[in-house]
Design a protein around this ligand. Structure first.
Ligand SMILES: Cc1cc2nc3c(=O)[nH]c(=O)nc-3n(C[C@H](O)[C@H](O)[C@H](O)COP(=O)(O)OP(=O)(O)OC[C@H]3O[C@@H](n4cnc5c(N)ncnc54)[C@H](O)[C@@H]3O)c2cc1C
Length: 365
């Protein structure tokens, strides 16, 4: 196999956005994908471009997500200029019906909104939706959303147009290292030499990178349903309550998620979880009672013990880079992750302090 400047392992949002940026920086790029292009967590996700109850996350999660979110308009513009699939990016806003769970949560929300300059308003939930209670809800008018399967479709086309080689059904089995320097990747039918390798293999990354393990990065299943569009008045904003969210799509269908389950690499849906999502959705938005479920699925979020990603250089192997463990926020973070990794591998100055995300940080199991 001929030499490529950079091999990227995994074709989710992290791998594909990075492939595009690295290629635009002038390097030749090959993406190795274990199964089909862009069909794992990034396909399964909801497409909300902001962490849920964002103020409850460790600060470095929001820092990376905020930087990703800020890059979305330009990223979408670039994809649209290539005239591929419309990713259905738009500002839906989000109404959080139950934002306050602890005594000082209102102050935390105010501090979070100020720090990230996020407009927020306290309003009675019933002012937005008459059937909801009068309790104080949090309205976040600037939240954006994207239809992620379509985003991936557009991204795959853009990456191809840019000249990236995309190889499906090519699970990377081993990273090849000589004298503490990466030299390539071994798959079962071929070996791919490369001077730089980036592991963006989602929930599977822990088993590939020396020094990390499946205890560092592990799958967290999320089940989802999508309701058919119906003639009844449609939902126009994201509604969030008790950990369940409803996302309106532009064709009038509504996506509802999600569960948070530690069941290994099992992507089955379960009757109980689907019934629970259905029940909660209809309670929140009764118009849905008449809509059929069009689709149900599950995806595997790449979780980590401290909920922070692993992002940056491998501490011991030159030329090896990692972008993984984005847990519930990888879609929001994607464009920033791509920029960070591209700057690193092309030797440009760092655009963010990556100390919090380093691979050799102490972790408690
Ligand atoms: C139900 C659900 C809802 C979500 N909702 C949101 C949301 O609203 N907003 C948000 O920002 N995020 C959301 N997320 C999280 C987000 O989807 C993930 O954080 C993100 O997709 C992770 O992207 P990734 O590229 O790291 O991983 P993935 O998309 O999983 O991609 C990794 C790829 O690597 C491939 N791979 C693995 N091992 C190998 C190997 N050895 N060789 C070659 N290829 C390999 C896999 O097959 C896969 O294609 C959600 C996730 C789920 C499951």
């Amino acid at each position: 196999m001929s030499h490529t400047d950079c091999i990227i392992i995994g074709s989710g949002i992290a791998g594909l956005t990075t492939a595009l940026k690295v290629r635009e920086a002038g390097l030749s790029v090959t993406v190795l994908e274990r199964t089909q292009l862009g069909r794992e967590a990034s396909w399964a996700g909801g497409g909300i471009l902001c962490p849920l109850y964002a103020w409850r996350y460790p600060e470095p999660v929001m820092r990376l997500a905020a930087a990703g979110m800020a890059r979305y308009p330009a990223f979408i513009e670039e994809l649209r200029s290539k005239q591929t699939t419309d990713p259905e990016f738009y500002t839906s806003g989000m109404l959080v019906v139950d934002p306050i769970q602890t005594p000082n949560e209102a102050e935390r929300i105010a501090a979070w909104a100020t720090r990230h300059q996020y407009p927020h308003q306290w309003q009675a939930a019933s002012a937005h939706f008459a059937h909801l209670p009068d309790q104080n809800a949090l309205w976040l008018p600037d939240i954006n959303t994207v239809r992620n399967p379509r985003l991936l479709h557009a991204l795959i086309a853009a990456v191809r147009q840019a000249g990236v080689i995309l190889l499906e059904q090519q699970p990377a089995l081993e990273l090849l290292v000589q004298n503490n320097r990466i030299t390539g990747v071994r798959c079962d039918r071929a070996t791919y030499p490369a001077g730089q390798v980036i592991v963006t293999a989602g929930a599977w990354s822990g088993g590939l990178v020396p020094g990390l393990s499946p205890a560092h990065i592990f799958p967290v299943r999320g089940q989802m349903i999508r309701f058919e569009p119906a003639p009844a008045p449609g939902l126009h904003t994201i509604l969030m309550d008790q950990g369940i969210y409803m996302i309106p799509r532009q064709d009038g269908s509504v996506v509802v998620g999600s569960t948070v389950e530690h069941v290994g690499f099992d992507k089955h849906t379960t009757t109980e979880a689907i019934a629970h999502l259905h029940r909660r959705a209809v309670a929140l938005w009764p118009n849905l009672a008449r809509n059929a479920i069009a689709q149900q699925w599950a995806g595997l979020r790449p979780g980590s013990q401290d909920e922070l990603p692993y992002l940056g250089a491998h501490p011991k192997i030159e030329g090896l880079w990692v972008g993984a463990g984005f847990y519930r926020n990888g879609l929001a973070m994607g464009p920033m992750v791509a920029e960070i990794l591209t700057h690193l591998i092309t030797g440009q100055p760092a655009i963010m302090d990556l100390t919090d995300y380093r691979l050799d940080r102490p972790t408690q199991f």
